[in-house]
Ligand binder design. Structure first.
Ligand code: GTP
Ligand code: ZN
Length: 205
């Protein structure tokens, strides 16, 4: 990790531990970070020396249903797999797995309530609003800390979300390029993806 970029002493984020993690996508290292703001531990899957410029990077928001249980309601599971494959293939890059981002920050119970509302006809944005939440509550401060701690100076971001690019740039992260990260749709998530494109401005075909 970086010896050259000092991190503020009053940060709520602390690096935990790094271990080797061979996966079916390739050989990674995994590093944990404690986040006292969200009371969670994030993990970073990384390959190669990520200190420096133009590092391939994905910030993946936790999605229990999609990442673990193979839910077809969203595109999270296939996006996670694709990101790990792309980073392993590149031989250099990192995936920050953001805990506490479940349901774009509303948590699993509220996301399940939103699913019930979606089954009654609301789209993903209106379901959040009907439950009294903003459409997206995520913050990326921990990601900014992690990148600084690992010595990453600029990134090639794997994402279809323009607001994510803006949120990262506001935190001082240099997004040198944005690379599309689209996965095939299915009948269960076609409406969800359409809403992301039409109401949240995502760059999706
Ligand atoms: N509230 C809510 N959250 C959802 C829903 N479907 C997926 N999520 C959450 O959305 C988060 C992923 O955000 P997305 O908007 O799909 O994608 P993104 O990360 O902003 O953009 P990309 O970088 O292009 O993937 C995960 O935390 C999921 O749990 C839903 O219907 N309602
Ligand atoms: Zn999901």
């Amino acid at each position: 990790m970086s010896d050259t970029l000092p991190v503020p002493a009053d940060t709520p984020f602390v690096r935990g531990h790094t271990a080797r993690l061979p996966t079916r996508h390739g050989d990674f290292s995994i590093t944990s970070y404690r986040d006292a703001q969200l009371q969670v531990e994030h993990v970073v899957m990384h390959v190669g020396d990520v200190a420096g410029e133009a590092v391939l990077m994905r910030i993946h928001s936790e999605c229990l249903t999609g990442d673990i249980f193979g839910s077809l309601r969203c595109d999270c599971g296939p996006q996670l797999e694709l990101a790990l494959q792309r980073i392993a293939l590149a031989g250099r890059g990192l995936l920050i797995y953001m805990r506490g981002h479940e349901g774009r920050g509303i948590g699993i119970t509220e996301k399940l309530k939103a699913y019930t509302l979606q089954d009654q006809g609301l789209d993903t944005v209106d379901a959040n609003l009907a439950l009294g939440h903003a459409a997206d509550l995520r913050r990326f401060d921990a990601a900014a800390f992690i990148l600084q701690d690992m010595g990453v100076r600029s990134v090639r971001l794997l994402s279809n979300n323009p607001l994510k690019v803006l949120a990262l740039e506001e935190l001082g992260i240099v997004v040198q390029a944005r690379q599309p990260h689209e996965v095939p749709s299915n009948p269960e998530n076609a409406g969800y993806l359409r809403t992301k494109r039409d109401r949240m401005g995502h760059w999706l075909g």
